[in-house]
Design a protein around this ligand. Structure first.
Ligand code: PLP
Length: 394
């Protein structure tokens, strides 16, 4: 394969671009994970992670991708035959539900229109029907990475409270944490799942669960089999996490990515940047859609729910999203996300999260606009210009 000069553009919705200083921090020599100099880095990184989660509760970490944290969360909270309610939102909610079934849980589903996401009132109504309180957990994906549709965790908490239901509320923040506003404690979330390779701008390799006191009480009763993931095996350890070798180099990286977040002005500044960049992307896509017969358009139909980290773009009927993605990759070296899950339409995904600025996303959008033209997909002209106008004025 001939070399493509220049930096390849990585616009997948995870993993994400790793800042140079984080790459350098990760390139750390092996160190005893009980050495005081490492424990100081570890403690500071875990404290910083809690600030990003906006929690004072326990955080348990695992050497695993997000799937590991999904599994850890389920096995630590539930027992064989327990009923959980999954808020269906797309590929990732369905995969987490499949995992729950495989682990021996009974999974009920709140069906939704994936393009808008769940209505909290429908959740309240469904929970009211569960008069016997059989449902032990409500599971939600904050930001569904396949559809680019967000759910409002605070409103879901409100829905449980309105029903007077005692189920635990579990939220997957794998593609939202560090990018989209999230407040574990203030919003009353019982268990939060997160991972290293998206908003935290780290390599893939560690994931975690934050657990509220109610979650810890449920953990004490849980009977699903567990060992490496068992929170009770972690608590007596000095690190209160990791049943086994601690991935030390990732913690040097985490310390650096947390420093970068602080240096940008803190998590609020980071979420504001994600909102700004996402709005430019949406304006670009809206312009592309303005062509006779309709052009590429956003999968999400509710502007209030449109994700600030990933935009799923539907191609007009008869046009192949995969062909567009291939052109962007092969001609311009831009990696976009592919269609994930049964969306019922052809789509590709633009990731706009992590270490990203306006020129980087404009480069991606320009490559995609060229790819649309090359692949013969009808689209309104001036999408990139619409994004530029927005960024210039923002
Ligand atoms: N949940 C969400 C929302 C995700 O986006 C992903 C991965 O992209 C996962 C879970 C699974 O995480 P992993 O691929 O790190 O195992």
């Amino acid at each position: 394969m001939t070399r493509k000069p220049g930096r390849p553009f990585f616009a997948n919705p995870g993993p994400t671009n790793i800042p140079d200083s984080v790459l350098q921090a990760v390139a750390h020599a092996s160190i005893d994970f009980n050495a005081p100099e490492f424990l100081a880095v570890y403690d500071a990184a875990m404290a910083g992670l809690k600030r990003v989660l906006r929690t004072e509760h326990e955080v348990f970490a695992y050497t695993a991708s997000g799937h590991g944290a999904w599994e850890a969360t389920l096995v630590n909270l539930f027992s064989p035959g327990d009923v959980v309610l999954m808020i269906d939102s797309g590929y990732f909610s369905q995969t987490w539900a499949a995992m729950a079934r495989a682990l021996g849980l009974e999974v009920r589903t709140l069906g939704t229109d994936w393009r808008r996401g769940a209505d909290p009132a429908a959740l309240t109504a469904l929970l009211r029907e569960d008069a016997g309180g059989r449902i032990r957990g409500v599971l939600a994906v904050h930001n569904e990475t396949s559809t680019g549709v967000m759910l409002p965790p605070a409103a879901l908490r409100g829905a449980l409270d309105a029903a007077g239901h005692k189920a635990l509320l579990l939220v997957d923040t794998i593609s939202s944490l560090g990018c989209i506003e999230f407040r574990m404690d203030a919003w009353g979330i019982d268990a939060v799942v997160g991972g290293s390779q998206k908003g935290l701008m780290l390599p893939t390799g560690f994931s975690f669960t934050a657990a509220s006191p109610r979650a810890m009480a449920a953990h004490a009763q849980s009977r699903l089999p567990k060992y490496y993931f068992n929170w009770s095996n972690m608590l007596p350890r000095r690190t209160r996490s990791f049943v086994g070798t601690v991935p030390t180099s990732l913690f040097y990286g985490l310390a650096e990515s947390l420093r970068l977040i602080e240096a940008e002005g803190g998590i609020d500044a980071v979420t504001a940047r994600h909102a700004r960049i996402a709005e430019g992307v949406r304006r670009c896509i809206a312009r592309w859609s303005e062509t006779p017969g309709g052009g590429p358009h956003l999968y999400c139909t509710d502007p209030a729910r449109a994700s600030d980290t990933v935009s799923t773009v539907v191609m007009p009927a008869g046009h192949d999203a995969e062909a567009v993605r291939r052109v962007a990759s092969e001609r311009f070296g831009v990696a976009l996300g592919y269609n994930l899950g049964d969306l019922g339409v052809g789509a590709l995904r633009i990731g706009h999260l992590g270490d990203l600025n306006e020129p980087m996303i404009l480069g991606t959008l320009a490559a995609l606009e060229m790819a649309l033209a090359i692949a013969g997909v009808p689209h309104g002209r001036g999408g990139v210009a619409a994004a530029m106008d927005f960024y210039a004025a923002a």
